[in-house]
Design a binder for this molecule. Sequence first.
Ligand code: HEC
Length: 188
Amino acid sequence: MYTSRLAAAVVAACTLASPALAQERSHEIGTPVSAEDLKPFFSIQPGGIGLPAGSGTVAHGREVYNQRCFYCHGEKLEGNRDMAGPPLAGGRGTLASEKPLKTVESYWPQASTLFDYIWRAMPFDQPGSLTADEVYSLVAYILAEGKIVGQDVRMDAETLSKVVMPNANGFYDGSGPDLRIYRAGADK
Ligand code: HEC
């Protein structure tokens, strides 16, 4: 009895003390995460951080738009109410008026968001189906239609991160002292 208990204790101690064994064990659960698995979890930030390799042109963007986007966003990016697709261009200078028209052209402060959004969420009926080159081309096309970049632009990570959007200065940092109002007891 005593011997078998001792034997069990020795076995347990060896198991705990052996990192090799512990490692083998941890491989028995779960599967390693591959680069492919992590692909959907991208985040493209202002300044172009996270933009993928690739490039695109306005002409190619027009082609892709006419195949994959126009039926929801209109032939001239004016939107299509029947499909609930908002306008993507126009409205510049209307934000402070009685009838503000918020679009990529008039409202969005960063071009990097346009890349991120299209790559992540569009086309609405088939998100995630566009290549990086197609997204660069669509960004070039939409920004060229909004007269934010020229028709001859070659859009890539570098050009995109230099684009200055018309409403770039229309936002202010909301993390100021007013935040206390929304956090009960934060200033006590
Ligand atoms: C089946 C319809 C449909 C298709 C096709 C489609 N979209 Fe959209 N798109 C939408 C809808 C609906 C929204 C609004 C989504 C929301 O507000 O949550 C939207 C929003 C957007 C926005 C954000 C506009 C804003 O100001 O908020 C952009 C940019 C955009 N789409 C680009 C594209 C591009 C580029 C394509 C083609 C690759 C495309 N969409 C294809 C329906 C569509």
